[in-house]
Design a protein around this ligand. Sequence first.
Ligand SMILES: [Zn+2]
Length: 321
Amino acid sequence: MGYKGRSMSPCRLTPLLLLLVLLNAGSALAQDKGSVNPKPLPPLANPNDPKLGAKELFARKLLPSTGPAHVIGSYVKGCIGGAAQMPLNGENWQVMRLSRNRNWGHPDMIALIKRLAAKAHKDAGWPGILVGDIGQPRGGPALSGHASHQIGLDADIWLTPMPDHRLSREEREETSAVMMVREDRLDIDPNVFTPGHVLVLRDAAQEPAVQRIFVNPAIKKALCREAKGDRSWLSKIRPWWGHDYHFHIRMRCPPGAGECQSQPSQSEDEGCKPSDLAYWFSDSVLHPKPPPTPPKPKPPMTLAQMPAACKAVLRAPDAKP
Ligand SMILES: [Zn+2]
């Protein structure tokens, strides 16, 4: 029900456009490798150019703004002041792709990931979680990879369990995540997708502040088949494009965050009926045909198109590192 509703999507890209983005990006986005010595972005010739993409401005902020956490706007058009940093290492987690500098988020999100890492270890014997992109220090649109992740309330968690050692800087940039989906895309690969994955996803979905979790449709199908006992959490697990290697946690707007633009809550239905999933396994979705003429890329979102308060977030002084 509504499982393909665009308003629910982690991004506003149309399926077709998303496909092109994915194709252009080569392999899946989470697979992009980084560098141990990333080159700093060059200064902007004209930062006040009204046509400049806001992503150019947000990507150049290396630290959050000072002050308490302040969420402004929506998951796909917004920013965050006073973001917190996910520490690079914990007993049950490690942050990946440090060169991206996207381990910043709302303090509630940072606390949630730490809690999830400990819980997954306890419940599923999960060795620990590998943390992918949360957001930029001040949120906002990014130069690559996501349409959402703009307000510190989205986080990507790798489906690859944490290795048994402290990863080096190189390993964090170079290691590829494991593909969980079978080659025909109709189901998970049982050699890599384990009962532990079901428990980790359940633990994440059972967090009251988590509103949605995006996974590949084959993973949703597997969870529907494998989930035992209380299955109410399945309603939060949404099939979506990509997400073959990671799952995406989206938190609700925090209480009292008046400028955070929330999404409607989804139905409480498990979403496990064959009719709920049929769309995702239809031929046109599994084997999409490229359009005869590629659609023109849209101009990037400008700062003027974003909530006005994001200007102040960009201008605010750096928080102390
Ligand atoms: Zn994501």
